[in-house]
Design a protein around this ligand. Structure first.
Ligand SMILES: Cc1cc2nc3c(=O)[nH]c(=O)nc-3n(C[C@H](O)[C@H](O)[C@H](O)COP(=O)(O)O)c2cc1C
Length: 210
């Protein structure tokens, strides 16, 4: 992909207000988007998240009432709910370190130094959900860029009620909690928002070359 193609894709995308409820993302495209979620980088590589994918029509029909009456979660093809792990602890760190040692063919204990740093970092922090939620937003960004590059429309959604989504997903008493949603599919031809000019402050103001 050339530079201008990337910029074209990022200009093409916008936060869709009205999806075409008749269009669905094909399997191969969806699998690529799912991989973009899984491949998201996170602090220390801990991946403190789960991604729930809602495609069942009856379930999607329940979503506007827990999304400030926004219709995108119902009309889209795939509604992704990005959830953060509520806590972080030594046992989770150990499981992650073991997966690195196995995945990279390292002997047991090869990463004990790194493990100790991580244990100390996690123990010295009292806002695990905040930290984990910040990682979740990286996944949201990566998903949105991947979607734009593949010509899939999206609407990132904070206008959802996390407690109600947690109840629907059956995670209210679990280690995970809803942070943000992302509706994915294809824009309705009459979505007026598609014609709205993209509004950004000038790069000269936002980007500082030092
Ligand atoms: C984290 C986040 C949450 C958002 N929540 C909503 C939402 O609930 N409903 C909605 O219609 N748009 C939502 N938006 C879309 C923003 O309003 C939109 O991205 C912004 O105005 C820039 O416009 P553009 O994405 O069309 O370029 C959200 C965007 C982000 C990044």
């Amino acid at each position: 992909m050339m530079q201008q193609e990337l910029i074209n894709s990022l200009n093409w995308r916008y936060a869709v207000k009205r999806f075409d409820a008749t269009k669905r993302i094909d399997t191969a495209t969806w699998e690529a988007l799912e991989q973009s979620l899984v491949l998201t980088p996170s602090s220390y590589g801990l991946q403190p998240w789960k991604f729930f994918v809602i495609t069942d029509e009856a379930t999607k029909a329940k979503l506007p009432e827990m999304s400030w009456n926004q219709q995108q979660p119902k009309d889209c093809s795939h509604m992704v709910v990005l959830a953060a792990k509520r806590t972080m602890d030594a046992a989770y760190v150990d499981r992650y370190i073991a997966s690195v040692e196995t995945g990279r063919g390292l002997p047991d204990g090869a990463m004990d130094g790194y493990r100790n740093i991580l244990h100390a970092t996690v123990a010295g922090m009292d806002a695990h959900l905040d930290w984990n939620s910040r990682q979740v937003y990286i996944a949201l960004g990566q998903l949105m860029v991947a979607a734009a590059v593949l010509g899939v429309d999206a609407c990132p959604m904070e206008g959802i009620v996390p407690d109600h989504y947690d109840a629907l997903l059956g995670i209210a008493d679990s280690e995970y909690t809803t942070v943000v949603g992302c509706a994915l599919g294809y824009r309705h031809p009459e979505d007026k928002q598609a014609e709205a000019a993209k509004i950004r402050f000038p790069a000269s103001e936002l980007v500082v070359h030092v």
